[in-house]
Design a protein around this ligand. Structure first.
Ligand code: 4YB
Length: 456
């Protein structure tokens, strides 16, 4: 793979000027046109005071304009924090002051106060000032989706993003004529992972957030999906013809799901990654085993007392707070993931989060183990098992399910009873309420637990 010694869009604009780079919302950009558009936007933001090293919040759902601003602000040398527009104002009020941000570029309905707004780029105010491409410069802040406390801002350099991309591209071919759909939000590391693979490979990217997934995928060869997205796509029976490579991740990936997709002609890869590592660190071509494969090139895994420790070239430089980087790894560089895992048959298997383990009548329950069995049921799209308080047992498991058609508790108990000890059988089953399906790519387990507690 050739080295990038220039902003990736300028690198490809020199080598493949007329090659399609980006399409979406009715627009098409070649690499040359993209580089020119990013210069235009960078100039407009520089004219408003954006300079190298300053922090800029970029708030909004995916759109072509949001992506162009992400890249243009990075070209200005800014540290860009993409914000989910659904984050509540009270949380932002607590979080943003510690992130040393100078500006807000808001693509959503106004909802954040206290930061000077950047105006949309109008007519070009003149050329942009060149900011030297420095791979070690911090380019992005990405909020973690930790279950408790305030999210943290993982700070990644351009080099970390490109190294993470190179690791995935060594496993999943992404040739110049292929097109990856921006199928996950830019405010999440999984969306940014797509962008940096595209930039690394010099292929094409599609951005079609207004369209339903099956339509947005038309003409796309690649997509990153969370398992529920793939499940819904298959359930609708609408498998786009061009689609032949899907990288799955973000949650346990049922082998039955990938088997069904492969039968429909979609080649699946199972990935395991996290915000702190600029996305994927382990991956494999899907097979019949529930593991997530081996570490990607340059990544290392160590299991200590069942906890997965990681060292990877995509690792964040630290958590950004109060104008400084705070280390996220131990003295030897290992990041302690709080994921429970083991190496089995040469591959990493994720058992669940250490923090999710709970006790019922003195017996330990890892909710993900029950969820994985429920997810094998052909009608179940996604399953949560959460503890609810119980006078006799301390806690007992209940299940909250997204499923097609009505499911009878007796039928589900029968489904599980052959494979689980009695104390692990959920004492109640609830359909996942619509109110919990809104928002980011993952439903926070804490919200499911709160909701389940209120049903008692
Ligand atoms: C898992 C898990 C797995 C994560 N089994 N638990 O490009 C990609 O890698 C990608 C492709 C499609 C969909 C998502 C992705 C991601 O990046 C996901 C990255 C992510 O989820 N980051 S996170 O910080 O929000 O959460 C990380 C946690 O998610 C991990 O620590 C695990 O607990 C869990 N997780 N992949 C089981 N395959």
């Amino acid at each position: 793979m050739v080295m990038l010694n220039d902003w990736p869009w300028q690198h490809w604009a020199k080598r493949r000027p007329t090659h399609p780079a980006l399409r979406g919302e009715g627009a098409h950009y070649s690499w040359a046109a993209l580089a020119a558009e990013l210069d235009r936007r960078a100039a407009a933001y520089q004219a408003q005071g954006v300079e190298a090293g300053c922090g800029v919040a970029l708030r909004g759902k995916n759109s072509l304009a949001l992506l162009l601003d992400y890249l243009a602000l990075i070209q200005c040398g800014a540290r860009v924090l993409v914000l989910n527009p659904q984050l509540p104002p009270a949380l932002l009020a607590q979080l943003l002051p510690g992130l040393t941000l100078s500006f807000l570029r808001d693509h959503a309905a106004p909802g954040v106060t206290g930061l000077p707004p950047l105006q949309p780029p109008g007519a070009a105010p003149g050329g942009c000032t060149t900011v030297v491409f420095q791979p070690s410069r911090l380019a992005t802040l990405t909020l973690t989706s930790g279950s408790s406390g305030l999210p943290k801002a993982a700070a990644h350099s351009i080099a970390a993003h490109l190294a993470s991309a190179a690791g995935v591209l060594a496993l999943i071919p992404f040739p110049a004529e292929a097109c990856w759909l921006l199928s996950l939000p830019l405010f999440h590391v999984s969306g940014q992972g797509i962008v940096w693979r595209w930039l690394r490979a010099g292929a094409a990217l599609a951005v079609e957030p207004q369209l339903p997934l099956a339509q947005a995928l038309a003409g796309c060869t690649h997509a990153s999906l969370v398992p529920t997205q793939l499940w819904r796509l298959l359930e609708q029976g609408q498998v786009p013809e061009a689609l032949h490579a899907v990288l799955l991740g973000g949650a346990a990936i049922p082998p039955a799901l990938t088997a069904r997709a492969e039968q429909a002609g979609i080649r699946c890869w199972c990935g395991y990654g996290m915000t702190e590592m600029a996305s994927t660190i382990c991956a494999k071509r899907a097979d019949t085993h529930p593991g997530v494969g081996q570490p990607l090139a340059g990544c290392e895994i160590n299991i200590v007392e069942e906890e997965v420790l990681i060292r990877a070239p995509g690792q964040a430089a630290g958590y950004w707070r109060d104008g400084e980087l705070h280390p996220l790894a131990d003295e030897e560089g290992w990041y302690h993931s709080r994921d429970r895992g083991l190496m089995a048959a040469g591959e990493l298997q994720i058992l669940g989060r250490l923090d999710n383990l709970f006790f019922s009548g003195g017996e330990g329950i890892q909710p993900e183990a029950i969820e994985q069995l429920l997810a094998r049921h052909p009608q179940v799209a996604q399953a949560f098992v959460v503890p609810v308080e119980d006078a006799q047992f301390g806690h007992r498991p209940v299940a909250v399910l997204e499923a097609s058609g009505a499911l009878q508790p007796a039928q589900l108990t029968q489904w599980l009873a052959a494979q689980l000890p009695r104390y692990q059988l959920p004492v109640a089953y609830y359909p996942l309420p619509e109110s919990l399906k809104q928002g980011g790519i993952k439903i926070p387990r804490s919200r499911v637990q709160q909701w389940a507690a209120a049903q008692q």
